[in-house]
Design a protein around this ligand. Structure first.
Ligand SMILES: C[S@@+](CC[C@H](N)C(=O)[O-])C[C@H]1O[C@@H](n2cnc3c(N)ncnc32)[C@H](O)[C@@H]1O
Length: 329
């Protein structure tokens, strides 16, 4: 049983000022403006056409938050800010924080959503703002490369010749899988607006001869041919159970007789109170998608059983389920 919260911790949870200060600084791109130099509030305000008094308050708070430093009257990036929050750098992650900032208005409608059950948005970010979606995918790709390799090892794909990565985004998993299994070929299926990012990552990985892309909407379009493996990684939480059951059914039809479907997602435990991050993510999904939800592995396994998979197993609690199309007999 976890220990009870103190009053101080309750206040800490209710206190979001620093969050919005950081997100605003990223949105204003203060870190890129500072880059490797140091600047006074007045010079920075002048350069960026901002209000000096207001900017100065923000900069001082960022120093207290240890994102910036201050010497005399000059502000500079800390090492971590210079590495990850300066736009021109190869390790920039600001796109993800800009996305969080853009979702602020939706979070502001949480009370209304809980009263009415109606989400403030009609579609998710990959449909409404493909450019932002693509930028975020590029960041997720960069910070998620290790997870693709781990997943490739867990799945034991020797003998798998052709995989379909449905909603494959930047191709993180397809690339990791092809690197791990030299005889594997992959097709990444995604919305047309996302695929330029996918193509860029495939080219950077030098895997153009083994990874193809296929544009389409996985709810309405054919998934192409037949595959030994279909992967649904972090896509099912954008839509409701009915759409997911239909997509699992469609995936089944696109598998070879011995093929398998793997679903990797942010699943909740059966009583839905853990993992803690996922319970909060489920609320994020509530206000930032029309129909999205976080599911349990049991629900995902139910979709597989109903689609006709002969063998359905949970490979990793709260993370990976697998359905094999045909039984041993
Ligand atoms: C969170 S990303 C996951 C990317 C990747 N599978 C991974 O695990 O890194 C969700 C992806 O689903 C794609 N997507 C969302 N709705 C889609 C749809 N209806 N048809 C095809 N792709 C879709 C988005 O463009 C995006 O690339």
């Amino acid at each position: 049983m976890p220990r009870e919260l103190s009053l101080a911790e309750i206040f800490q949870i209710g206190y979001y000022w620093e969050t919005k200060i950081l997100l605003t600084a990223v949105k204003l791109d203060l870190f890129s403006a500072l880059d490797s130099r140091s600047d006074s509030a007045s010079d920075l305000a002048h350069r960026l056409t901002l209000d000096e008094r207001a900017l100065s308050l923000l900069l001082h708070a960022l120093v207290a938050m240890r994102v910036l430093t201050k010497h005399e009257d000059r502000f500079a990036n800390t090492a971590v800010a210079r590495k990850h929050l300066v736009k021109a750098g190869p390790d920039y992650v600001g796109h993800l924080l800009v996305l969080h900032d853009s979702e602020w208005t939706n979070w502001g409608k949480l009370e209304e959503t809980v009263r009415t059950g109606v989400s403030p948005v009609r579609r998710h970010v990959f449909e409404t703002d493909p450019e932002m979606g693509a930028n975020v995918l590029a960041v997720l790709d960069r910070i998620g490369r290790g997870s693709g390799v781990t997943l490739a090892k867990v799945l034991q794909l020797d003998g798998v010749e052709h995989m379909l990565d449905v909603g494959g985004g930047a191709g993180t998993n397809a690339i990791a899988f092809c690197r791990e299994y030299p005889r594997l070929r992959a097709t990444v299926f995604d919305l047309p607006a996302t695929l330029p990012v996918t193509e860029r990552s495939i080219k950077e990985a030098g895997l153009e001869d083994r990874i193809a892309v296929m544009p389409g909407n996985f709810n309405t379009d054919s998934l192409g041919g037949r595959y030994d493996l279909v992967l649904l990684s972090d896509v099912l939480h954008y839509q409701d159970a009915q759409a997911n059951a239909a997509l699992v059914h469609k995936s089944f039809a696109h598998l070879t007789d011995t093929g398998r479907l793997v679903i990797k997602d942010r699943f909740l435990d059966p009583d839905r109170t853990s993992p803690a991050w996922t319970t909060a993510f489920a609320v994020h999904i509530l206000v930032n998608t029309e129909e999205g939800r976080c599911f349990t592995t049991r629900e995902a396994m139910g979709w597989m059983n109903r689609a006709g998979f002969a063998s359905v197993t949970e490979l990793e609690p709260r993370a990976i389920v697998q359905g094999i199309k045909a039984g041993d007999d």
